[in-house]
Design a protein. Structure first.
Length: 197
């Protein structure tokens, strides 16, 4: 058990370093950060630092972007708005106060997402919206599946019979974000990173 927690802690640190980058955009007229399209990956965080003397907002002007992206609230100079991108696509945004204050972000698949262990155990799809599935040719016993957030806090634990596991697991109630999923078969333990949309 002690070894498992050490392994999880090391994996959490590695996952948080490799899974998520943080990008800063200076949200002000003439900022160099807004002159080209920012390239990020799914799971990355972008922070807008408001730098206008008149309070501004950040409106989502994308055609198919998530409805929770952007803020209509007027924020003063020095305020920070941040957003973690969980869907790939092309995002555009602008201020509702200063129409010349605008930018764009292209979000691609996260190339560092681990989806399969060297032993062939796999969690899919990744990223996931509602239901995850498990694949392992040697799975014959019941398994315990535990979800940890990136801070190492356990958020969900289930014991599943090997016959039921092929039908997948509902994860629709998990909040959007990056999780570590530990699958314990009794004889072996696997840990993989999962992005929840």
């Amino acid at each position: 058990m002690k070894f498992t927690w050490i392994y999880i802690l090391i994996f959490i640190i590695a996952a948080s370093v490799s899974a998520q980058e943080t990008y800063i955009i200076k949200w002000g007229a003439g900022a160099k950060d807004l002159q080209s399209t920012l390239e990020v990956e799914v799971g990355d965080k972008v922070k807008w630092i408001f730098d206008e003397s008149i309070p501004q907002n950040l409106l989502n002007t994308s055609l198919k972007a998530s409805g929770d992206f952007g803020t209509k609230q007027l924020l003063p100079k020095g305020a920070v708005y941040e957003y973690v991108f969980s869907d790939k696509g092309f995002y555009t945004f602008q201020s509702g106060i200063n129409k010349n204050l605008k930018g764009s972000i292209r979000v691609s698949e996260n190339s560092s997402v681990l989806t399969q262990t060297k032993d062939g155990f796999k969690i899919y799809p990744n990223p996931v919206k509602d239901r995850i599935y498990f694949k392992n040719p040697d799975l014959s016993n019941s398994v315990e599946i535990t979800f940890y957030d990136v801070l190492g806090k356990m958020v969900k634990r289930n014991a599943i019979d090997s016959g039921v596991i092929q039908g997948g697991m509902d994860v629709s109630r998990l909040k959007r974000g990056v999780y570590l999923v530990q699958i314990d078969t009794g004889a072996r333990s696997f840990t993989q990173k999962l992005i929840k949309d």
